[in-house]
Design a binder for this molecule. Structure first.
Ligand SMILES: *Cc1c(COP(=O)(O)O)cnc(C)c1O
Length: 371
């Protein structure tokens, strides 16, 4: 809780006594790796994805990378990805040697526009990677239909969207694989960590092999694998956080509802929610139609954390931009460019007090009136 003049951070990762106790319990047990905590965490997390198989790994990026490997994606394949995301989404595609094809986003949800996905399909397209950005589910009903029609795999990047849903189906329960991150600033964390969900037992087995040198039995390596295991210390912390997630999610949704009701400045566009969508507000992101830098500076001056996710779309980052320039390849992504120029995320995390929320809305309205 903060008093009237304290700085309100954009995010507040929680490490309370129960997380610390869980970590210490595992450390004292001596079973810090490949012990029982990881399996228990997988079991408990699977409730969030309609009981699908869950495989824990050491990060959300590893979850994406292994998912693409397990589905057999590689050189010669194209994967359709939004450019308006964290670089990890596209990096995972490049890490398996496949080609990234960027598709534009929907202006209201900031997630892949199904029409743009359809237009990006070529004979080499092998998969679609929708990102449930800011905690809003992508248009999975339409994306799954497009994938089925063209015989494409779907890998969901749900790294920002634990417990988001569309028409009652949770994210991570639509595609061939769903991926989650437990980085400290995400809606729940395990210090570092990730989870993959899949409805296919064979894919789950392949993922378990890939995360541990290709072994199920020690020294009986079946395939070439990596070491991207989650530690039992992380899993124990993740289990504690999983127990708190439902309450935190309700609080985020309530905080967002307050902000949307009280932000009224004409040039500040509050987030929209698609019909049937459960938005879990990993970020509460507004569009500033005017001088964004002035609004951000004003918020910081008023003691309110704020940030732009993401100022540079992935296709403009060096490892993507340079090869595209060389190949004479350009992308037509007007909504991506516009979003990158307009968005600002405001604090929405569950640690905000009623007073914090009042201060945020009041500051945004004052600054918005001046645009
Ligand atoms: C955080 C994040 C990732 C990567 O997760 P890490 O655990 O940091 O590796 C991938 N995609 C998106 C959209 C993310 O926000």
């Amino acid at each position: 809780m903060t008093d009237a003049h304290e700085f309100i951070p954009a995010a507040r990762p929680v490490i309370d006594e129960d997380e610390i106790e869980a970590a210490v319990r595992v450390l004292r047990s001596g079973r810090v790796v490949q012990g029982p905590e990881v399996a228990a965490f997988e079991e408990e997390f699977s409730e969030l994805v309609d009981g699908r198989h869950c495989v824990a790994v050491n990060s959300g990026t590893s979850a994406l990378h292994l998912s693409l490997m397990a589905l057999g994606l590689g050189p010669g394949d194209e994967v359709i990805v939004p450019s308006f995301s964290f670089a990890a989404s596209a990096n995972a595609v490049r890490l398996v040697g496949a080609d990234v094809v960027f598709a534009d986003i929907d202006a209201d949800t900031f997630c892949l526009d199904p029409a743009a996905v359809e237009a990006a399909i070529t004979p080499r397209t092998a998969a679609i990677m929708p990102v449930h950005l800011y905690g809003h589910p992508a248009a999975m009903d339409r994306i799954m239909a497009i994938a089925a029609q063209h015989g494409l795999a779907v890998v969901e990047d749900a790294c920002q969207a634990h417990a988001a849903a569309l028409n009652g189906t949770p994210v991570g329960a639509f595609g061939a694989a769903g991926t989650f991150s437990f980085y400290p600033t995400k809606n729940m964390h395990s210090l570092e960590g990730g989870m993959i969900s899949t409805g296919d037992a064979e894919v789950a087995r392949t993922l378990r092999l890939l995360r541990n040198q290709g072994m199920e039995q020690r020294y009986a390596n079946e395939i070439v694998g990596a070491n991207v295991r989650m530690t039992d210390v992380s899993a124990a912390i993740g289990r504690v956080q999983r127990g708190k997630l439902d309450g935190w999610t309700e609080q985020r949704i309530a905080n967002a509802a307050y902000l949307t009701e009280h932000i009224s400045a004409p040039n500040v566009v509050t987030p929209k929610v698609a019909e049937g969508a459960r938005h879990i507000y990993h970020q509460y992101t507004v569009r500033i139609q005017g001088d964004r830098e002035a609004v951000m500076a004003g918020l910081t001056e008023a003691g309110i954390g704020n940030a732009v996710y993401y100022p540079t779309p992935i296709h403009r980052l060096k490892p993507y931009w340079e090869p595209d320039q060389k190949a004479g390849r350009t992308w037509d992504l007007p909504e991506t460019e516009r979003a990158a120029a307009e968005v600002v995320s405001l604090p929405v995390h569950p640690s905000l007090s009623a007073n914090d929320l009042e201060r945020i809305a009041a500051a945004v309205n004052t600054l918005g009136e001046r645009l």
